[in-house]
Design a protein around this ligand. Structure first.
Ligand SMILES: [Zn+2]
Length: 383
């Protein structure tokens, strides 16, 4: 529903009549959400683009595959995510729309996280490329999937007017996807039993006009279990759709619908700070030939300083039965410039970098664990 604006030029009784109309609309049954739900449902639902699901070897257990699926979408912490607004052509939105998205980025940044967002003028410099094509819905690729899209392509779109009341929540939701968070209502721990035909019917109509396939992908489909965070279901998450009555069979208390509270929920904040904790400048140095145990929980990350004593080719690798992603950055004028990375998840190999490092330059190695077979016996070494 559009925001209720008070125009001083309008006569009183018109405002009164509008109020009555709105009150009737509020009582009129199966609408999804309302103005307090950020207009998220009234405008239409977010539809995450389909990407090929990763196929694992037969010896990869469902638990291991699930953790890799969920965690591998996340960026390594302390990444600077650059975002770009298309400024001409059909994807441009103009400054009023852009400002709402900027406010969405600020809502995440205000949580004191280790990820920094930086607006740039060139799409070539941006991991997140934002368009405003009307009628194309709201969507974003999830986390590192953004890197798989062409540099001239959008990774996020807003298909309706964001300047209406509460629409900042649409921006916060899409940026949540860009940070690597999936839809909360697809959390398998939600235990939602859908009236599936009612859901397909509701979504086939306005404002979404979705095919059964699209509805399945975005609502009915359960996302792999994630044992990171306990993963209790959070019906107030910014990543949860509002739902009208008649779509959920159980839990019974939601038969009348779900209307997530506006903004980030306490669990959203806990989740983003788990994956992207604020950065401290104190880092352990990874010394030559020293094997450092990692003792990480799934999803956790450790950072090391690498200060080469000579300019030569080095190797950096993990040891032990685990799935990890390692990324090396060079510190240049207080900024971290990507050097190399490796992801060994779902394989029997270890993550390994073969890189030339230069004496007196400063590097930072970031190691994120997906899965460990026997709890903590993973180590990292420089040689
Ligand atoms: Zn979404």
């Amino acid at each position: 529903m559009a925001a209720r604006k008070t125009n001083p030029d309008r006569i009183e009784d018109l405002a009164g009549r509008l109020e009555q109309v709105e009150a009737r609309l509020d009582d009129s049954g199966p609408r999804r959400g309302d103005a307090t739900a950020g207009g998220r449902a009234a405008s239409g639902y977010c539809s995450v683009p389909r990407v090929p699901e990763r196929v694992f070897d037969a010896d990869v257990s469902p638990e291991r595959a699930g953790l890799i699926q969920v965690i591998s979408k996340k960026w390594v912490n302390a990444t600077v995510l650059h975002y770009y607004f298309f400024d001409s052509g059909p994807w441009a939105g103009g400054s009023a729309q852009e400002d709402v998205v900027r406010a969405g980025f600020a809502a995440w940044s205000e949580q004191d996280i280790g990820i920094e967002f930086k607006e740039v003028d060139s799409r070539d410099d941006a991991e997140i490329r934002i368009g405003f094509l009307r009628g194309d819905g709201a969507w974003s690729y999830v986390g590192r999937d953004c890197l798989l899209q062409g540099q001239n392509e959008r990774t996020m779109n807003f298909g309706w007017d964001l300047t209406r009341a509460g629409e900042v929540d649409t921006a916060i939701h899409e940026i949540g996807h860009a940070l690597g968070f999936p839809h909360e209502h697809q959390n398998p721990n939600a235990g939602i039993v859908w009236d599936e035909e009612a859901v397909y019917d509701a979504l086939a109509g306005p404002p979404n006009f979705w095919s059964r396939d699209k509805t399945h992908w975005n609502i009915i489909r359960k996302i792999e279990p994630d044992s990171v965070e306990g993963s209790n279901w959070d019906a107030d998450s910014i990543m949860h759709y509002p739902f009208g009555p008649g779509l959920i069979e159980s839990p019974v208390e939601f038969r009348g619908g779900i209307d997530p509270a506006p903004g980030l929920s306490p669990k959203d904040i806990a989740q983003v700070r788990f994956f992207y904790p604020p950065q401290t400048s104190v880092r352990r140095e990874l010394k030559l030939l020293e094997s450092v145990p990692l003792s990480l929980s799934p999803g956790e990350q450790k950072d090391f300083s690498v200060l080469p004593a000579a300019s030569r080719d080095y190797h950096i690798g993990t040891f032990g039965s685990s799935d990890t992603v390692i990324v090396l950055f060079e510190e240049v004028d207080g900024k971290f410039v990507y050097v190399d990375g490796d992801d060994d998840s779902g394989t029997s190999l270890n993550a390994r970098l073969d890189v030339r490092l230069v004496k007196d330059r400063r590097y930072v190695l970031r190691v994120r664990l997906y899965y460990s077979f026997s709890g903590g016996d993973t180590a990292v070494m420089l040689w």
